[in-house]
Design a protein around this ligand. Structure first.
Ligand SMILES: [Zn+2]
Length: 119
């Protein structure tokens, strides 16, 4: 998971997963681990991104509302800005954490991928 937080290949930790803010390499240049294993594979990262964003907004809303730090209108503006900006910033981390989580529970290559790579 620390490799995931550092946006590195979850298998070897040697190469970065991303080339730019949103563009991802197809596979690791060092160990050959595919970062996008199958169509729809990266969908899991959306759950991480959405879940953390929703959790932070709920905690911030109740803390700031009942702490009487901001008015309702100010809270609406601040949290709306947050839900627009945070998921974009967190996009790479969500993907990287998803790939690392998957590598932990289903290491690459699994049997099916091994057969596919041999062809
Ligand atoms: Zn690697």
């Amino acid at each position: 998971m620390s490799r995931g937080l550092r946006l590195r290949c979850p298998k070897c930790g040697q190469t970065p997963i991303f080339r730019g803010w949103f563009s991802m390499d197809e596979r690791c240049a060092e160990c050959g681990r595919r970062f996008n294993r199958a169509p729809g594979y990266l969908l899991g990262s959306i759950y991480i991104n959405y879940g953390l964003t929703a959790l932070l907004v709920v905690v911030a809303y109740f803390s700031l509302y009942f702490g009487e730090v901001l008015s309702s209108d100010q809270l609406l503006v601040v949290l709306t800005a947050f839900i627009l900006v945070f998921p974009l910033w967190f996009f790479r981390y969500a993907r990287s954490l998803w790939i690392a989580f998957d590598e932990r529970w289903d290491p690459w290559p699994n049997e099916e991928e091994r057969r596919r790579e041999e062809r």
